[in-house]
Design a protein around this ligand. Structure first.
Ligand code: SF4
Length: 376
């Protein structure tokens, strides 16, 4: 924990050429040196602006045929919101000046693409300017199978219906060893990568997440981050990276950990992951988002000094993390978010989902997607 960061590692990081070995070595270096280096790269990439988006979460059902052992959200018989009920929530979001609705739900056994396209089309018909950030790679994969079409056709249909971007959730840890333990019926690593890269090819940018702190090894975390970097090198379609600490309550994986005396990751470990993400993704993924809902407000404020430059959304209605034990509220006001950012010595700025005009971004890495804003 007291090693210095070697000069050659620093040089590779500046060039966007960090290796897996560099990532592992960064786990051993002096914490303040690690945080300082990540903060320096954050400053180079994003300046002193810290962004957030005014958005609303809409989870249209908790009913799910999935079997993820970390999930506290799934039910066998949850209700499915009607289109009109979803629209009511979008109308409330519009009144609250939200620019984005983030829509996800459980995997329903019997609905295909028409259901997902119907949601997007209804929103765009009434609110053409509202940014629709919806449907995880798992949801798209599942719906395409039910409809008997290929994933790229499913993505093209969603794009034509008006889908703007997708959450890069369902990534968990991109290791099939881990996935077999925590989410055996979820799409495999290669399938997640395929859905995300095909989304980018269809002109649908995504973010990318990593849910850590359960059964994965440090090496599997580092490999996950480097996999995200490889995708971004190829497509340029990733808007931000969001490390998400595992929430251990009300789910079988967490209950086992608690019996063994483990309660997810300590805060310092969370901050190391933010810092290492910033360093390994430098030159490729410009935005590292600290999740106030998972980290809590004070730790996410501190993460702004460890590589993070974004605090995510106001959410209005959060239930997935709350059910798994997060106790940081279901929403946050713009005033409080800005207070947190000023309190960290930074300058708050509301952004769009695609960070348009947020700060100088990765024009050096345009990737294959042009005009989508992901690399603006
Ligand atoms: S994480 Fe998603 S897919 Fe898995 S069980 Fe929960 S709701 Fe279903």
């Amino acid at each position: 924990m007291n090693k210095r960061i070697p000069e050659d590692l620093i040089e590779r990081a500046y060039q966007g050429k960090s290796t897996k070995e560099d990532g592992l070595l960064l786990l051993e270096v002096h914490l303040f040196e690690l945080f300082r280096f990540a903060d320096e790269l954050r400053s180079l990439t994003a300046g002193d602006t810290v962004t957030y988006v005014v958005n609303r979460n809409i989870n249209f059902t908790s009913r799910c045929v999935g079997t993820c052992g970390f999930c506290a959200f799934r039910t066998n018989n949850g209700r499915v919101l009607s289109i009109e009920e979803i629209m009511e929530k979008v109308r409330e979001a519009e009144v609250a000046k939200a620019t984005e609705v983030c829509i996800q739900g459980g995997l329903l056994p019997d609905v295909g693409m028409d259901f997902y396209q119907g949601i997007v089309e209804a929103i765009k018909a009434e609110f053409p300017e509202m940014h629709i950030h919806a449907f995880s790679p798992m949801e798209v994969y599942h719906a395409s199978r039910i409809s008997g079409i290929k994933v790229n056709e499913a993505l093209s249909r969603l794009k034509r219906s008006g889908l703007d971007t997708m959450p890069g959730t369902a990534a968990e840890i991109l290791s099939d060893r881990v996935r077999k333990i925590i989410c055996p019926s979820k799409l495999r690593t290669a399938e997640w990568i395929e859905v995300v890269t095909q989304a980018h090819a269809a002109g649908i940018p995504t973010n990318a997440t990593m849910m850590y702190g359960h059964v994965e090894t440090p090496e599997e975390r580092i490999k996950h981050i480097l996999t995200i970097r490889e995708i971004q090198k190829e497509t340029g379609g990733i808007t931000e990276f969001v490390p998400l600490p595992f929430m251990p309550y009300n789910n079988t994986i967490g209950e086992k950990m608690i019996r063994e005396g483990r309660y997810s990751t300590p805060g310092l470990e969370d901050l190391k992951i933010y810092a290492i993400s910033r360093i390994l993704l430098h030159e490729y993924v410009d935005n590292i988002q600290a999740s106030w809902i998972k980290l809590g407000k004070k730790l996410s404020q501190f993460a702004l000094h460890c590589g993070a430059n974004d605090l995510g959304g106001t959410l209005m209605e959060e239930s997935i993390s709350r059910l798994a034990g997060a106790s940081n509220g279901e929403s946050i006001s713009v005033e409080e978010l800005e207070w947190m950012i000023y309190g960290a010595g930074r300058i708050p700025k509301e952004r769009t989902t695609l960070y348009r005009g947020a700060h100088k971004l990765a024009s050096r890495n345009p990737g294959r997607i042009t005009g989508c804003g992901a690399s603006e």
